[in-house]
Write a protein that binds this ligand. Sequence first.
Ligand code: ADP
Ligand code: MG
Length: 426
Amino acid sequence: SYRKGGYHAVRVGDQFNGGRYVAQRKLGWGQFSTVWLAYDTTTSKYVALKIQKSAAQFAQAALHEIEVLSTIASGDPSNSKYVVRLIDHFKHTGPNGQHLCMVLEFLGDSLLRLIKYTRYKGIELNKVKEICKCILIGLDYLHRELGIIHTDLKPENILLFNTLDPAKDPIRSHLSPILERPEGNPNGGVTMNIIEKKLKRRARRAVAKISERRASMGGAPKSERNLDGIDVRCKVVDFGNACWADKQFAEEIQTRQYRAPEVILQSGYSFSVDMWSFACTAFELATGDMMFAPKSGQGFCEDEDHLALMMELLGKIPRKVAIGGARSKDLFDRHGDLKRIRRLKYWSLDKLLIDKYKFSETDAREFADFLCPLLDFSPEKRPTAQQCLQHPWLNLSDSTQREMKNEPSIEKVNVGMSNLQLKVGK
Ligand code: ADP
Ligand code: MG
């Protein structure tokens, strides 16, 4: 992909936007871009530099993403809505063409890394709640204040404020930025090697220091991988696929496992598709397993398996919903039963949490009460992010309440809660 129209190859020390940003190390990549940790010499801060592939369709997508991110930034001047902030954007010309670049605030590891870090055992519920609150405040802002649907919410696209491995955190590990590139120096490669070696040595020392401190405080050894002391606040990122609710362009949205039933059935969609993905994400955080991992099989496709898995956990799709989409005729008979998967094994969500994931009965009931309304097959019945934030499971503290702007009055809060409880109790 490092060819004409593709990724821009970056080396440590490369400069961008007239020397303002200096590349430090690769943070990640997606289908359209590579993302680098860079040092902003103007503000003396670290930033994430997202460098788009150069071909026209990628540039178009980047322009769209920049437009969405600019809207997000201007609506939230205090940067308190748990959505990633765009700091700057510019064009960079390289051997593979012209690349649009976005400068984003530097964040830490994704929730997917967090799930892996805890060895797919699931994260303790109090931490899941903290994470859920951040995501919901972000979604409420996007949906209610801006009219934006994310359309690709999943653990990979939610980033923690900090890095799980202290050696990789430029701030905590006190790595000094790499500022010079030995340009025109015939021994350039060697110099870079020395810088990198020095960097690695410093990183190792930083890790040793931190483990030492942990040990002296009686803290857990690294092998246990618990999350004690890790602040689990997070932000929603990746607006490459986001759209305004009144200006949709894609019919097939969302990553497979987080895709809402109305998207599979092609019955039209709105903000509530994000609420479905949010519920799938919360489940995955708490259990370490994806909620739905469909596969095609003999005589049925992935979509059919997906709908069957949904029904096995959430009950039958109401006939009206099942037959209401452009794709319904391919998948359902006129009674609203799947054509090619006939026998379903029903298993309720709270039973699954108790039997498979060893939740206590109370934990399972409370968590299922929180998730089930979000997984309603009728999209318009799903609670909004704002309503969800009022759910007793989240146990809202006063500070979180204050963080939400347009704070609803007490009466409104109560109405919201009883609505939700009615749904939960049905
Ligand atoms: P794509 O649209 O190509 O999927 P993303 O915006 O999701 O791009 O970024 C790809 C990866 O880069 C992320 O999964 C993450 O690992 C890393 N990344 C993106 N933005 C940031 C950021 N602001 N801070 C730190 N890492 C980031
Ligand atoms: Mg992504």
